[in-house]
Design a protein around this ligand. Structure first.
Ligand code: HEC
Length: 299
């Protein structure tokens, strides 16, 4: 009992002196602070989604924005749910040039910050705000293009998005050939179109680009082999291939693409097409290579 009392007194004395040495507005040595340690991580890894008027639930731009979420932030980064990055680092390829996930050190910094009471730190340490592209820069469908967008969406759906399925699930030679031929005619036309503008509708990105993206991104990995759409690959096209990289490299897109899942899904779920369920090892694609389309079509 006596021993405990002494311990309590010693601890209290230490706390009092510590408090005296470190008034609330100065930063203790070794303390992890928002302005110096955490803000740079949020800028690099989180704000692309977590800022006003985007699809993420809250802004993480300022200390005042982030402080109420400290606990949730710790929780989500520790289990690696945030930032979203659907790759198991313990299987297969481990190094990605566009890896958006947090390093172990970054996670440790955030945990230390939250466990230390989520202090703000010195304002002078705060990095300059990150500049983002104008949120209004692209519209799913600008009013002057709505009709043209609907028309091209329809063609792309029938011949490309659904075209690969018509070819892949065909059980007779003629329907397969018809679908595959029409698919490649359309890809050839789209490739030519993308030789004179950055996106399908000039320099404005629209819904149609993203409708095409979902098929292009899977094409070489699954449709080319599994669905027998094999006249050409996307990497063989002079414009479609850089265009695909351009879309892939837009903020936040890469994190939504999981090739491992794409390949396993197709090769392992269609027993009539691939009864052995063997998943091919390729292809090797460098979606992060510079695409040059911004400069090529500037003005
Ligand atoms: C690619 C976009 C994206 C990035 C990058 C991202 N988030 Fe998120 N975040 C979301 C979306 C969308 C949600 C809501 C849906 C969900 O909870 O899955 C969310 C939810 C959260 C939540 C839960 C909010 C709640 O309502 O409980 C936390 C906390 C969070 N994010 C923290 C972070 C942190 C910290 C980072 C950076 C290390 C980060 N996020 C990076 C898109 C993103």
């Amino acid at each position: 009992m006596r021993a405990i009392l002494i311990v309590v007194i010693v601890v209290m004395a230490t706390l009092v002196t510590a408090g005296a040495q470190a008034p609330a507005n100065t930063v203790a040595q070794g303390q992890v602070t928002f302005t110096r340690d955490v803000a740079p991580i949020l800028q690099n890894r989180c704000q692309v989604c977590h800022r006003p008027d985007t699809f993420a639930p809250m802004s993480l731009l300022t200390y005042e924005d982030a402080r109420p979420w400290a606990r949730a932030i710790k929780e989500k980064v520790v289990i690696r749910e945030m930032p979203p990055w659907y790759i198991d680092k313990n299987v297969g390829v481990r190094h990605f040039t566009n890896d958006v996930s947090l390093s172990d050190e970054e996670i440790a910094t955030i945990v230390k910050w939250v466990d230390g009471g989520a202090p703000k730190g010195n304002l002078a340490d705060m990095p300059a705000p990150r500049q983002f592209e104008d949120l209004d820069k692209w519209h799913i469908a600008p009013p002057d293009l709505v009709e043209k967008i609907d028309a091209l969406n329809k063609t792309i759906y029938e011949r490309v998005n659904n075209g690969v399925y018509l070819a892949g699930f065909a059980t007779r030679q003629k329907p397969y050939e018809r679908a595959a031929t029409r698919l490649f005619q359309t890809l050839d036309e789209l490739d030519a179109r993308l030789g004179s503008s950055r996106y399908l509708f000039g320099n404005r990105m629209t819904e149609t680009d993203w409708r095409l993206f979902v098929t292009l991104i899977r094409f070489d990995a699954v449709y080319h082999g599994h669905f027998k759409c094999n006249i050409r690959r996307i990497v063989d096209y002079p414009n479609l291939w850089p265009y695909l990289r351009d879309l892939y490299q837009h903020d936040g897109v890469a994190a939504t693409v999981n090739f491992d899942h794409i390949k396993r899904h197709y090769y392992m779920t269609h027993d009539d097409i691939n009864p052995t369920r063997i998943v091919p090892i390729g292809p090797s694609l460098d979606l992060t290579a510079p695409h040059g389309r911004g400069e090529k079509f500037s003005n």
